[in-house]
Design a protein around this ligand. Structure first.
Ligand code: SF4
Length: 457
């Protein structure tokens, strides 16, 4: 992948002018993707004569066919208000911020980004420049995207081939039939009712899978959290950003959790049930109901994998959950550097050292440990972060990294991270994945929590 660097100064000068010069002119612009833009009505179209551009902090890269793949099924395209597209003018070889449609002067254009399907990690952010007083972007990831020979192409790397959340396997009528079946089976269960809303109103694939009797079922439980993540999906206060999911408004009883979990475990081969979802706080804060729920499930069956997605903030509680029968954990982390972790998670009453203690404890107890590593090109692939990840993996031989996209405004994220610990010139996400794999060949890569039958392979 060719990467073209822009200096901080260039960024400043461009603000009023809308014209950058690449330090290096790209060769073979034919293999570059055509830029995609949107008009004021949100209609998306390709812009002949201009190539699509991706960015990663202070670096921009024209998108080539070789560095992208067909837009994964189920991905969505979005246009970015209050922002202007950065594109490469094929004729001049210059980068430009388009103030207006070059073929229809006076008509504004907006950048277009892809929210990619699960299983794909973003390798470059859609190239855009923000207007003064722009509102923060909603909580999605903004992958770079372009057009080539009649198809959308996306700057992503596939990290999990499993079709766990493939929408083609989740027909609406089958979900509705599953909902009716579960209603008859557990009419009073409030957690079941909550999952219905998740499946039908929010289109949550995990909730749909519960009603379809597939793979992994969610067990949202916690109303509270002890962190204040910048990009928390279920709670935003005074940030000017809307939360994208409603946090669960009640705490299910242990009995309600057990009923849902057992219904799933008993009918699904290699099932996983998971605490810690986008529509809740952190499950360690709901320890009082989760611990007896796990114990009751395990009294009735040894089947199924009981997993917890968590911030890992309370190692003592985690230890007690392992005693009760919790099989695996996935710890969410945006960075393995304390300052950057704390700047994003903004923990209350715990520190980064507690998260490390939880990982240590889980490994010592022989539990399966995955990182929910929240990625942002330009940060995750910075030399400081990559080196820190290597040191972390030497010390904590976890089993898996789930490379997931951070759903947060990229510019605001880079600014927040650079303020506390600038990581240096990014090396590219593909390079990071390859480098870490080479250093730690036994480490699994993926996107989904594996069932225990697959812990070893
Ligand atoms: S740990 Fe999870 S629930 Fe808590 S603030 Fe962060 S994203 Fe939100």
């Amino acid at each position: 992948m060719s990467i073209y660097e822009l200096s901080q100064d260039t960024f400043r000068t461009i603000e009023g002018e809308g014209n950058w010069i690449l330090k290096k002119t790209p060769k073979g612009t034919k293999s570059l993707l055509t830029a995609l833009v949107a008009n004021r009505s949100g209609e998306i179209f390709e812009l002949d004569g201009y190539a699509a551009v991706g960015m990663a902090d202070q670096r921009v890269q024209p998108l080539s066919v070789a560095d992208t793949r067909n837009l994964p099924y189920g991905s969505e395209l979005m246009f970015l208000p209050d922002r202007r597209p950065i594109v490469l003018n094929r004729r001049t070889g210059k980068l430009e911020v388009l103030q207006e449609n070059p073929y229809a002067p006076g008509q504004p254009l907006f950048p277009v980004a892809a929210f990619n399907s699960p299983g794909y990690v973003v390798a470059a952010i859609s190239g855009f420049h923000e207007n003064n007083r722009a509102e923060p972007l909603p909580l999605f990831s903004y992958g770079a995207v372009g057009w080539h020979r009649g198809k959308f192409r996306s700057a992503v790397i596939r990290v999990d081939a499993e079709r766990r959340q493939d929408l083609r396997l989740m027909k609406h009528e089958d979900v509705v039939a599953g909902i009716e079946r579960m209603r008859r089976r557990m009419p009073q269960n409030r957690l079941r009712a909550h999952l219905e809303k998740c499946a039908l109103e929010y289109g949550c694939p995990a909730a749909k899978n519960f009603f379809l009797g597939r793979c992994e079922a969610p067990l949202p439980t916690a109303r509270q959290c002890n962190a204040r993540c910048l990009g928390c999906l279920s709670l935003q206060q005074h940030s000017g950003i809307s939360n994208s999911q409603q946090r669960i408004a009640f705490t299910p009883t242990a009995g309600e959790i057990v009923e849902v979990a057992l219904a799933h475990i008993k009918r699904v081969k290699h099932s996983v049930v998971s605490f810690g979802q986008g529509c809740e706080g952190d499950p360690l804060l709901a320890f009082r109901v989760i611990k007896p729920a796990i114990a009751q499930i395990r009294r009735q069956t040894g089947r199924g994998t009981i997993n917890m997605n968590t911030n890992g903030s309370l190692p003592d509680r985690l230890g007690l959950l392992f005693n009760a029968g919790l099989d695996s954990i996935r710890i969410s982390i945006n960075s393995v550097r304390k300052k950057c972790y704390e700047a994003y998670f903004r923990p209350r009453d715990y520190g980064f050292s507690d998260v490390l203690k939880s990982i240590d404890l889980a490994l010592a107890r022989g539990k399966f440990v995955a990182l929910n590593y929240l990625n942002m090109p330009g940060f995750t692939d910075s030399p400081a972060e990559v080196a820190a990840l290597g040191r972390f993996l030497e010390k904590f031989p976890i089993h898996m990294i789930q490379w997931r996209n951070l759903n947060f405004d990229p510019l605001r994220y880079w600014q927040a991270m650079n303020r506390v610990d600038a990581g240096g010139r990014p090396v590219g996400m593909q390079t990071v994945l390859e480098q870490i794999r080479k250093q730690f060949p036994r480490l699994k890569y993926g996107y989904f929590n594996p069932p225990k039958e697959r812990f070893a392979n």
